[in-house]
Design a protein around this ligand. Structure first.
Ligand code: ADP
Ligand code: MG
Length: 462
């Protein structure tokens, strides 16, 4: 693919990029700070060298600029390769005409901030991310039931027996996306319904603030006035007794008046140890649905769909390579694609299998420390004193062929990678070549003592 055709700046999917930035930001600041200042930020648009985000108030802008601008800049540079301007849109609750106000927080052009008070102006921030919709949610075997229930609820909020609707799944499997999709759909279909989304930690933070400001009644009435209450990551209420008590009352009021409650968690209700029993039993009143990691076909569909959003074309080989190698969750799948896009865009490199291989390995090693095909390749090449590229070439010289076969053998033995993935890592060879290499080395280990000790030595290098 020609990088000149690829312009990440034009991509509409700022959300993915922002999620990647948040992963870096989260590592740099305390959890409560993150929740207070970063969860309410909604990314809106990525234009030429500017990221536009929505924030709840002007105070937010001052605070972020003063305290966290550096952290944000670093995260953006990490993900996209260079700095971007930030432009903020403030959600204003006063019904007022549209106006624009540009302030320069610094003389540097990069630090210019734009503030726009937008209209129409909602009475409260729903925290719903408009990019998480059913349209952009790919169906697969692992999410079939949860998705179908989500659609049914969206058509008839509060009127189905799926109340509460409780979704549970591991990290990065689409819980947040799906519950936002419900919110978006309801807001569109029933504009008069009051819908609100928030992570349970933010609910706790707001509750604590309400206690300090002596406004617990206002806080409680606000949530009791919702038609649809969506709370993400409810497992984070564990150990927070007072918040649980208040949530219990809000839950009862809403449920009794036929309002829809939607909850997500990393485990099923019965496994939420440390959560009040009466809450657990209420969570089981409606429908609990889990989501499983996507199968290979779904991973391909998700990657193809994301490519379309990015306006990039990747060869089937590369898509398959990523889908084969990144299996645990969808966030990593997307992270890999973004990194690939950013690398190729800013370093003007073609996206080929070699770059994909490097990116997958980087993403994989950043996230888990177990042995990767890359580490094995390095160890084998170190031992034989040959360049890593030799293992990916067609070179049939005897010692190169042996090194390659040993690397394939160890990849099959020490990683969970599939035969296809291993073959792709060694110059796009097919699975039968990997099987042949594995059988051959197995045989040699039994027959030839030098091969056996070579393998042992290489293993000690890994
Ligand atoms: P969770 O809340 O379970 O940790 P998220 O909802 O944040 O996971 O999903 C992680 C990323 O993967 C998001 O960018 C989301 O849009 C994407 N994603 C998850 N499931 C799907 C899907 N079925 N189709 C398309 N994108 C998905
Ligand atoms: Mg989530």
């Amino acid at each position: 693919m020609n990088p000149s055709n690829l312009d990440i700046k034009n991509t509409q999917d700022v959300n993915l990029i922002w999620q990647e930035c948040l992963i870096h930001i989260k590592e740099q600041i305390p959890p409560l700070t993150y929740l207070t200042w970063f969860t309410p930020i909604i990314p809106l648009e990525l234009t030429d060298s500017t990221i536009k985000v929505q924030v709840p108030s002007e105070f937010f802008i001052d605070w972020i600029e003063e305290k966290y601008r550096c952290v944000i800049d670093n995260a953006i540079t990490n993900v996209l390769g260079h700095k971007y301007n930030l432009s903020y849109i403030v959600l204003n609750t006063i019904e007022n005409e549209d106006y624009e106000n540009i302030i320069n927080s610094s003389t540097e052009p990069e630090k210019k901030i734009q503030i726009r008070l937008d209209k129409p102006l909602p009475a409260f921030d729903t925290h719903i991310n408009i990019r998480y919709t059913f349209d952009s949610f790919i169906k697969g075997e692992g999410n079939q039931l949860a998705r179908a229930a989500a659609v049914a609820i969206s058509e008839n909020p509060g009127q189905t027996s799926f109340n509460p609707f409780f979704i549970y799944a591991g990290v990065g499997l689409g819980k947040t996306h799906l519950i936002h999709a419900i919110g978006n759909y309801i807001i569109e279909k029933f504009p008069s319904k009051r819908v609100i989304y928030l992570p349970s930690d933010l609910f706790t933070v707001q509750f604590v603030e309400a206690i300090q400001a002596n406004k617990v009644n206002d806080f409680s009435s606000f949530y009791k006035g919702m038609d649809v209450l969506i709370i993400d990551d409810i497992q984070d209420l564990v150990g927070k007794e007072k918040t649980q008590d208040l949530f219990f009352h809000i839950f009862n009021t809403l449920h009794q008046s036929g309002k829809q409650i939607i909850l997500s968690s990393d485990k099923p209700p019965k496994d939420l140890k440390g959560l009040n029993e009466r809450l657990i039993s209420r969570f089981q009143w409606g429908l609990s649905a889990d989501m499983q990691p996507p199968d290979f076909e779904t991973r391909i569909a998700i990657l193809s769909n994301k490519c379309k959003t990015f306006g990039m074309t990747l060869s089937q080989d590369i898509i398959e390579y990523i889908a084969y190698n990144v299996t645990s969750n969808i966030r990593e799948l997307e992270g890999c694609l973004i990194k690939l896009l950013a690398d190729s865009s800013f370093n003007s490199r073609d996206i080929n299998l070699e770059l994909a291989r490097k990116t997958v390995n980087e993403v994989a090693t950043r996230k888990n420390s177990h042995v990767s095909i890359d580490t094995i390749t390095k160890a084998v090449c170190n031992f034989f004193e040959i360049a890593e590229t030799k293992l990916r070439e067609k070179n049939r010289r005897k010692e190169i062929a042996l090194a390659r076969q040993i690397a394939m053998y160890l990849s099959k033995e020490l990683t969970n990678s599939s035969l296809k993935a291993i073959g792709l890592n060694f110059g796009g060879r097919d699975h039968s070549t990997v099987i042949h290499a594995h059988n051959l080395i197995n045989k040699l280990i039994k027959e030839d003592f030098t091969v056996k000790s070579t393998i042992e030595k290489i293993k000690s290098l890994i």
